[in-house]
Ligand binder design. Structure first.
Ligand code: ACO
Length: 324
């Protein structure tokens, strides 16, 4: 037995995203349930969110992947691994990654890429990026697309004001390729069994439910330690981090997390205000929206950190792509 010569490291070569078709503001929700624009802004920071009308999760994921490929300059045929992080796949099988791969026209020659879905809810993108990084570094893949995609509107109870004001749809993607030096740090991932039922999509209702206060408490007490561990594992200091892209759950979590890490004066992605909470899609969607808007510089260390259903969390440092 022998191991293939591993790649020294991997890097994000391009970012892309797909926005769901319909913009929904807080006033529209006022007409559907007992809530107010003021409550939603104050408690969550959300002003608008997007809802997929006539788009599937696989459609959103495919659009995001196409844009990420375009951004990277790599041809789709280079991709030999597709990983989709989602909790809202339409089908149990085939998986969403397989649908995306087919829609991108991969595998027409009978040699399709490896395809897998990762279900760790809101930390899904970071888990998936960790899998892709390790697959390339150990020789199981050469180029990967990692996608976070969700259609939370399909599992939202639109009569429940405690959750319906948060959820949204969208997708974000990253193309990952080998690199001469490490540009994606080791993933730090974990779980907290005591909170396993704090965020659920399942029977009997089949809709999204959560103990928001318990999650909020965890996020304000424990999250910073895990995020800090991801920076240390990459051999960096918090002073090196230029961008914080944390799960876009709530501005009341993102801002205190940035404060706790001493990163409030860096670029803190706050896309939740415009895109709402898109679970596994939220970090790559926010990152890509800000990247393509010119709000994120090239070639700087970004701390990615997700947490949610399971209860799961994961994070790593990744260098932002190099332009051109
Ligand atoms: N409009 C008006 N009033 C509301 C609404 C609403 N939409 N929702 C709840 N309220 C009321 C409650 O009934 C409660 O009233 P009461 O005091 O009379 O009982 C009051 O507002 C306060 O409710 P809380 O639940 O204490 O509000 P809180 O400040 O905790 O905010 C929230 C709720 C936004 C859900 C918050 O707890 C949170 O963001 N938690 C974290 C969620 C999270 O990060 N999940 C991560 C994984 S899940 C995912 O990302 C898909």
């Amino acid at each position: 037995m022998r191991l293939p010569t591993p790649a020294a490291g991997t890097e994000i070569a391009g970012l892309g995203h797909a926005e769901a078709s319909r913009l929904m503001d807080n006033h529209e929700l006022e007409g559907m349930m007992d809530t107010s624009d003021e409550w939603i802004r104050q408690r969550t920071g959300i002003v608008t969110r997007r809802i997929a009308d006539g788009q599937t999760v696989a459609d959103l994921a495919t659009d995001a992947a196409r844009h990420a490929l375009e951004d990277s300059g790599l041809p789709a045929e280079a991709i030999d691994l597709v990983v989709v992080a989602t909790t809202t796949a339409e089908e149990r099988s085939p998986n969403t990654a397989g649908r995306v791969s087919a829609a991108l026209g991969l595998g027409a020659d009978g040699r399709g890429p490896g395809i897998m879905d990762v279900n760790t809810a809101c930390s899904g993108f970071e888990y998936a990026l960790g899998v892709a990084d390790q697959s390339i570094r150990t020789g199981s893949a050469t180029h990967a697309i990692v996608i976070g995609a969700e259609k939370l509107s399909s599992v939202t109870d639109w009569t429940d004001r405690t959750t319906a004001v948060l959820t949204a749809d969208g997708a974000g993607a990253a193309v990952v390729r080998p690199s001469g030096t490490p540009r994606i740090g080791p993933v730090v991932w974990g779980s907290k069994p005591a909170l396993a039922d704090a965020v659920r999509i399942g029977p009997p209702s089949g809709t999204f439910s959560q103990n928001g206060r318990e999650v909020l408490r965890w996020a304000l007490t424990d999250a910073a330690d895990h995020a800090r561990a991801a920076v240390e594992r990459a051999g960096l200091a918090l002073a090196d981090i230029q961008v914080l892209a944390a799960h876009q759950a709530n501005l009341r979590i993102i801002e205190p997390l940035a404060d706790a890490l001493g990163l409030a004066d860096r670029i803190v992605v706050t896309d939740v205000t415009e895109s709402g909470n898109t679970s596994a899609a939220s970090v790559p969607l926010g990152l890509s929206r800000w990247w393509h808007a010119g709000r994120i510089p090239e070639d700087v260390p970004a701390l990615l950190f997700g947490f949610g259903g399971g209860f799961t969390y994961a994070g790593m440092v990744a260098m932002t792509p190099r332009r051109g």
